[in-house]
Design a protein around this ligand. Structure first.
Ligand code: F6R
Length: 240
């Protein structure tokens, strides 16, 4: 694992955005795996700036890690809406090449299989961006998720519901289920960037990097991936 420790959120975002930039320059038809939440917001802002200076997203394909079950694309907290607001509406990406699990699918199992098949048909993910939960989750693969898992329906952990309540009016409004790419789906990406910022992530980062590889800390599986760059700020790296 290549570990890059930087001063703060802004420099973490700049480091990660530089890697995404290099990927798209090298391969304009790259397939990117994208995350939502607070962590990648600075990266998306920088990618929009790069686009305003001429970077071309027209041949890029994206697959998001996850979506809440029950939230449609127009719901303010759906990940489809998040991606639209922070990236897709601001760059020249072809909307037909932006994939996010459908949280409103009637047959959720079929939706999971469809999503895996779409990733396969796209040739797999070239570069996957990840954040990390305070409980060590990646995507919404909560502690205990099998390393062999592909896209699946997840019951969100209590801690995740609490962590994400800040985006909703009340904790009761946080969906309790999501569709998430599985650990195996994530591990099949050719290259991975794991980002973390802030002291609340320090324990999870320590366990992911130095702890045993265990399903109790889903991010620890990344120790087995041949091409991971960890980009963390000093607070998140404070226990390394
Ligand atoms: C989001 C996702 C999650 C987040 C993680 C950290 O698509 O898959 O794993 O990356 O929960 O969230 P933030 O960045 O809000 O701290």
């Amino acid at each position: 694992m290549n570990i890059v420790v930087v001063a703060n959120f802004d420099s973490m975002s700049a480091e990660a955005a530089k890697i995404v930039y290099g990927q798209i320059m090298r391969k304009p038809n790259s397939v990117l795996g994208l995350a939502t939440g607070s962590t990648p917001l600075g990266v998306y802002k920088l990618l929009v700036e790069y686009h305003n200076r001429g970077m071309d997203f027209s041949r890029v394909t994206t697959f998001n890690l996850d979506e809440y079950v029950g939230l449609g694309p127009d719901h303010p907290q759906s990940y489809r809406r998040y991606m639209h607001e922070h990236l897709f509406s601001k760059v020249n990406i072809n909307p037909e090449r932006t994939f996010i699990p459908n949280g409103l699918a009637e047959d959720l199992e079929a939706e999971c299989r469809r999503y895996d098949e779409l990733i396969r048909q796209a040739g797999g993910i070239d570069l996957q961006i990840l954040g990390i939960g305070t409980n060590g989750h990646i995507g919404f693969n909560e502690p205990g998720t099998e390393f062999g898992s592909t896209t699946h329906v997840v019951d969100l952990a209590e801690s995740t519901i609490r962590d994400n309540a800040r985006f909703f009016e009340s904790i009761d409004q946080v969906p309790t289920r999501a569709i998430s790419m599985g650990i195996k789906s994530i591990m099949q990406a050719k290259e991975i960037i794991l980002m973390a910022s802030g002291g609340s992530k320090a324990d999870a980062i320590y366990a992911a990097v130095h702890g045993p590889v265990t399903t109790a800390v889903p991010a620890s599986v990344l120790q087995l991936h041949p091409s991971v760059t960890l980009v963390v700020d000093q607070a998140a790296a404070s226990k390394l």
